[in-house]
Design a protein around this ligand. Structure first.
Ligand code: CTP
Ligand code: MG
Length: 559
């Protein structure tokens, strides 16, 4: 049978799937093989990394004529891809077919001579185009069209959702509107590549790799850029064969791996601060469990976190990418639930005791593993399907997972998104967080090994709790909101589609209604009103009953 659980490779455009109809079309087979027509995670990363190394970022004046600009730049070589966007000014991302073009372009660039300040003469791939042409913004076919890097406003999204026909369509529409675009991901890889140029001054073979939501297929427009400095290729290989002799580098030593990481990040952080144009607000947060350098990359507006030696986190990004490729319903649910959590203040972009997006994603994966039949396999099942080349142990943690997704056979589960969303709220509204831990490796809840309010076992560093930061009041808020949302699903007519009234204002319904902060409040208020009304009715009945009784009985009844 045609597999309706189509794989999502990277961020290919979504197609609208009607899961209910697709369910009827599926034959009686109970299992579905995952299509093998997709590229592996590492291949996609390699391709994007390579594209970024062949790209430059150019600040253009607002009156730039697109045709003239491209003709000017392509003197240095064939342009394979380009796009423009606007943040603090208009920028062009230009990808050449060959890296040589960048050397040629750079030969023609000059270091600006400043009047009252001095320049740090670091020749990066972040450039400024100057033009002698005067005049206003271009119009017509040669005007620059800017790609959007930011998500739609809340009101615009709500409006878009209310125009859909079904809750399933709303969830797909929300994902489509909020997910990272190809261009946005390219720009993220380019920012990593620009930073690599700094780190490469010390470690010529290093790579700065993005991880987390930039690559795991759950990234929302506006999410931070998590990167790590990969020094793996820097360490040499043993070449002693036969001669009995070998050479090794003399090196500085640190007290521990952590210590060395801290020193390297400290120096790189300093260089980013002093040398790297566009990087502002550099903060070194070296005493964190995972030491990092945080800064803002102004030309892209990305909030950046640079870590080092973070290969395990890269593996958990790959794991989420694999899960996201297995069944597209996971991404639709995760995007909707993350948006719902943010809209109700359950998550927050500042660090704190709130649930993180990563924890929420783990909750959704676990929930889908609990369905009958299971919608997603357990992590142990993914490990057991791994071939010899998939074997991967990082710092003693077994991170082995199958990379050839065609080896995975999924069970035939045809639940609609609406049903899954409703049951997600019911599931976590009544989950025993006090006793149980979420374990996606086994796909089962386990006894909590420690006393944190919420326990989600880290999939690869199994001694760690992904949600250790969450305190009991934040957990309670999440559980209460799940209960309220489940209640809305069960009782409310809020989820029923309504069309525009005579005032022409589209009424909010379905997911749009669930996202409105007022909905849960109005549900609470309605519940309270209902309770009060019931109480008043009961009181009235009581008093009627009382008045029907004889005076003597009524007297004894009131005692
Ligand atoms: N990570 C982890 N354990 C945690 C927090 C984070 O292993 N307690 C890893 C995960 O691989 C996560 C990555 O670090 O994807 C980046 O963390 P974070 O930026 O918090 O999450 P993202 O998945 O990137 O989501 P967001 O869109 O909120 O940035
Ligand atoms: Mg992140």
């Amino acid at each position: 049978p045609r597999c309706e659980l189509q794989a999502q490779t990277g961020l290919s455009r979504l197609h609208r799937t009607d899961f209910a109809t697709a369910a009827q079309a599926v034959s009686n087979t109970e299992q579905t093989a995952v299509s093998d027509a997709k590229e592996s995670f590492s291949l996609i990363q390699e391709k994007r990394h390579d594209q970024a190394e062949r790209s430059v970022l150019i600040n253009c004046p607002p009156n730039t004529n697109k045709k003239k600009f491209l003709a000017y730049i392509s003197k240095h070589g064939d342009i394979r891809n380009h796009f423009f966007y606007e943040t603090y000014g208009i920028y062009a991302v230009v990808e050449f077919s060959s890296r040589d073009s960048i050397s040629s372009l750079k030969e023609n660039c000059t270091i600006p001579s400043l009047q009252h300040e001095a320049s740090v003469p670091f020749k990066s791939r972040l450039l400024t185009l100057s033009s002698t042409a005067t005049g206003k913004k271009q119009t017509g076919p040669n005007a620059i069209k800017c790609h959007n890097l930011t998500p739609p406003s809340f009101d615009k999204l709500i409006n878009q959702l209310s125009k859909q026909e079904t809750v399933d369509q709303q969830m797909q529409c929300l994902t489509e509107a909020c997910q990272l675009t190809e261009e946005n991901i390219s720009l993220r890889f380019l920012v990593c590549s620009l930073l690599r140029d700094i780190a490469a001054a010390y470690f010529p073979d290093c790579i700065i790799r993005p991880f987390g939501s930039t690559v795991n297929s759950f990234g929302k427009l506006g999410c931070d850029l998590d990167m790590f400095l990969d020094l793996d290729a820097v360490s040499g290989h043993d070449q002693s064969k036969g001669s009995g002799l070998s050479l090794e580098y003399q090196v500085k030593r640190g007290a521990s791996e952590r210590n060395v990481t801290q020193s390297i990040l400290s120096v790189i952080g300093e260089c980013v601060d002093v040398f790297s144009p566009g990087c502002v607000g550099v903060q070194k947060i070296l005493n964190a469990r995972c030491p990092l350098v945080r800064f803002s990359h102004q030309p892209s507006s990305f909030r950046c976190d640079l870590t080092a030696n973070n290969r395990v986190a890269m593996k958990s990004s790959e794991m989420l990418f694999i899960y996201g490729s297995l069944d597209e319903r996971l991404r639709f649910l995760v995007f909707t639930i993350r948006y719902w959590a943010r809209a109700h203040g359950i998550t927050n972009s500042f660090p704190g005791a709130w649930i993180t997006n990563f924890s929420l994603t783990m909750l959704v994966v676990f929930f889908l593993q609990q369905r009958t039949p299971a919608l997603l396999p357990t992590l142990n099942q993914l490990r057991d399907l791994a071939g010899p080349s998939d074997k991967c142990v990082i710092e003693g943690n077994d991170c082995t997972m199958v990379t050839d997704l065609s080896k995975i056979t999924l069970q035939q589960n045809t639940d609609t998104l609406e049903k899954l969303l409703q049951e997600f709220f019911e599931f976590y509204g009544s989950f025993d967080f006090g006793k149980s831990s979420i374990n996606i490796r086994k796909g089962r809840e386990q006894n909590k090994p420690e006393t944190s309010a919420m326990h989600i076992q880290n999939p690869f560093e199994t001694d760690l709790n992904v949600s250790r930061n969450v305190n009991s009041s934040q957990l309670q808020r999440f559980v209460t909101l799940c209960k309220e949302s489940a209640w809305i699903f069960q009782n409310g007519d809020v989820l029923k589609r309504r069309s525009a009234s005579s005032s022409n204002k589209i009424p909010q319904w379905g997911v749009a209604a669930l996202l409105m902060p007022s909905v849960t409040k109005s549900v609470e208020a309605r519940e309270k009103r209902k309770r009060r009304k019931n109480e008043r009715t009961a009181e009235r009945i009581m008093s009627v009953l009382q008045s029907l009784k004889s005076p003597a009985e009524a007297g004894s009844g009131s005692e």
